[in-house]
Design a binder for this molecule. Structure first.
Ligand SMILES: NC(=O)c1ccc[n+]([C@@H]2O[C@H](COP(=O)([O-])OP(=O)(O)OC[C@H]3O[C@@H](n4cnc5c(N)ncnc54)[C@H](O)[C@@H]3O)[C@@H](O)[C@H]2O)c1
Length: 260
């Protein structure tokens, strides 16, 4: 299916690892130009080298998204290099385990800043370009916004905020034809997930116990499966879809947990 995304500039936060990397690769497969905004690391540089080998256009903007200023800079650099922004994928984030009891109000605020502030700030600064392009926004949220997880108040609140903002922005941006949606993943094997599972005394057993509860196929969701939904939502193929929360999770959140 041609998604009609050829030469579209798609700003993707955290787009060089995990779910974001899958979205960047899917963009390139569609002939779009991923404009990746991320902090630096060896993994990021390795990913960029693998993209360079494809001899297709992409952009890499190395920044820590920790303030409105860095988000404004990300948008400015993207515009200097690409002269337009057709879509924004807010994806960067980390489950940083700031619990109600284990954390503190200061750590809670820092978690919100780490996980929610840049979603708003990136959309705020990219908005004039998105208006010009009649663009689209996708927020990558998390099941924790719906199910809770325990011990992660900041992340859960940020993820709930991302879902609320997808709906709020969908309303505010109706007059401009800008569609805004959120994707809700549950269990996706990524570098962050690998690190998290390694914190358990028996990681393999823990992983088996999780996948056994995923109704469709008793397996993790692949990053590519999130990417497919993201690209569809960004494309004109989703031209009458806005303000939606799309669960790409093998039925993990909604199906009967008593299923054998
Ligand atoms: N993996 C899962 O199972 C899962 C489940 C639900 C939701 N999510 C959400 O999906 C998104 C991507 O998660 P992932 O598992 O691919 O993570 P990941 O850590 O594997 O990849 C995220 C990338 O974003 C970068 N990044 C994070 N915060 C940043 C910041 N403030 N500034 C610059 N770069 C930053 C990281 O360095 C990393 O390169 C996150 O929003 C996460 O909450 C993931």
């Amino acid at each position: 299916m041609d998604l009609g995304l050829k030469d579209k500039v798609i700003l993707i936060t955290g787009g060089a690892e995990g779910i974001g990397a899958a979205i960047s690769q899917a963009c390139m497969a569609e002939g779009a130009i991923p404009c990746i905004v991320t902090r630096d690391s060896a993994a990021v540089q390795g990913f960029a080298a693998s993209l360079r080998a494809r001899q297709q256009r992409f952009e890499l903007i190395i920044l820590e998204l920790d303030s409105p200023r860095s988000c404004r800079q990300a948008v400015e650099v993207a515009l200097q290099r690409c002269h337009r922004i057709d879509a924004l994928v807010n994806n960067a984030g980390i489950n940083d385990k700031v619990g109600l009891e284990s954390g503190s109000p200061e750590e809670f605020l820092a978690s919100i800043q780490r996980n929610l502030w840049h979603y708003y700030s990136m959309a705020h600064y990219a908005l004039p370009s998105l208006k010009a392009a009649h663009g689209s926004i996708v927020n990558i949220a998390s099941k924790t916004a719906i199910t809770g997880q325990g011990g992660t108040s900041g992340y859960a609140a940020a993820k709930g905020g991302q879902l609320a903002l997808a709906r709020e922005w969908a309303v505010e941006l109706l007059p401009f034809g800008i569609r805004v949606n959120a994707i809700v993943p549950s269990e996706v094997m990524t570098p962050a997930y690998t690190n998290w599972i390694a914190t358990f005394p028996e990681p393999d057993a823990k992983l088996r116990s999780i996948t056994a509860k995923i109704p469709l196929g008793r397996r993790m969701t692949e990053p590519d499966e999130i990417a497919s939904m993201a690209l569809f939502l960004l494309s004109e193929r989703a031209s009458h879809i806005t303000g939606q929360h799309l669960f790409v999770d093998g039925g993990y959140v909604h199906l009967d947990r008593a299923i054998d």
